[in-house]
Design a protein around this ligand. Structure first.
Ligand SMILES: [Zn+2]
Length: 322
């Protein structure tokens, strides 16, 4: 992989680099919001039950054109789709166009709606993310992530009362006046690490991965723990390998549903693997040659091209881990 660097230091990682200015200072500016909601230039990304609307594919997610494409609606197409509960969530501004997201999950059959006929298919973004324009994928991931958060936080976690959206969809406030807790969109960090030792790196697989796919180890960060401590703990728990001095490599939003993957290189100081079979089906050391000559079949295949796991492996193969 070419060594590219962008403003966030993530090279060409998918679901990054939307280019949207999130205009946090305008989220409470009602007159600005009203103007933009009335503008023919404004664009809206619809999301249906955590699926994004994608053009250029068929119902199975197969590409029918040059590449899968973002489908944005004109604001005037949204009002009938929105329903009574419908609410536009502000994503941001790019090239003087303001972008919103709209949840249309209340519709039973969204593609039968006049406004959405022949526009595309509602699919899990991960089906097509690796082969679509990176900025478009990033904006769609943002839309999916924040709308999924809204759907899952309709009630206050403290007192159980209903919550309502404010700040153009970036806060939910408990409607019980004695509680009035503000709830903010969640992003839960998970660490993901390429463990290496000399000419070998450590990959494993869980039953959740497609047949043959092996990946870097990963796990959730726990309360009261640094990212580096989480790296060392997860590697030890899953494989009994000890690592030292994890080095931060980059991060990738993974709003499927609400994570950010924080990527590290970590050098192992031990070699003997004991797999925790509650966590992994298998884990072992792989040489550079094995990875460079991956058969990409059910015996062994690399992680998906849109994943930070693949980015870490490619970086290690290129000598970036030192
Ligand atoms: Zn409450």
């Amino acid at each position: 992989m070419a060594k590219e660097n962008d403003a966030v230091g993530n090279g060409a990682l998918h679901y990054t680099g939307s280019g949207l200015d999130r205009v946090g200072h305008l989220r409470r500016d009602d007159s600005w919001l009203a103007t933009k909601k009335g503008s023919g230039q404004t664009r809206v990304l619809p999301v249906w039950r955590s699926r994004n609307l994608v053009g250029g594919i068929d119902a199975e997610g197969r590409v029918t054109g040059d590449a899968p494409a973002l489908v944005a609606l004109d604001i005037n197409e949204c009002w009938s789709l929105a329903g009574e509960q419908g609410e536009l969530v502000l994503l941001g501004e790019k090239d003087e166009t303001v972008w919103f997201a709209l949840d249309i999950s209340h519709l039973e059959d969204p593609l039968s709606a006049y406004e959405l006929k022949d526009r595309g298919e509602f699919v899990d973004l991960r089906l097509v993310g690796a082969v679509m324009n990176r900025a478009a994928g990033a904006a769609m991931a943002f839309a999916r992530g924040i709308l999924t958060w809204h759907r899952r936080h309709r009630f206050c976690g403290f007192c159980g009362s209903p919550t309502e959206s404010t700040d153009a969809g970036h806060v939910r406030v408990c409607q019980n006046s004695e509680c009035a807790t503000q709830h903010f969109p969640r992003t839960d960090p998970a660490v993901i690490m390429l463990v290496h030792k000399g000419d070998k790196c450590l990959l494993g697989r869980t039953g959740r991965l497609p047949p043959g796919m092996h990946s870097t180890l990963a796990g959730f960060v726990e309360p009261g723990e640094t990212l580096e401590e989480a790296v060392a703990r997860e590697v030890l728990e899953e494989t009994n390998i000890v690592v030292r001095d994890p080095v931060y490599r980059g991060s990738q939003p993974w709003p499927f549903p609400a994570n950010i993957m924080v990527g590290f290189f970590a050098e192992a100081t031990t070699e003997e693997i004991t797999v925790d079979t509650n966590e992994l089906e298998d884990a072992r050391w792989y040489t550079r040659d094995e990875l460079l000559n991956s058969p990409e079949d059910e015996s062994f295949r690399m992680p998906r091209r849109d994943s930070i796991a693949r980015h870490l492996i490619d970086g290690w193969l290129a000598g970036d881990a030192g």
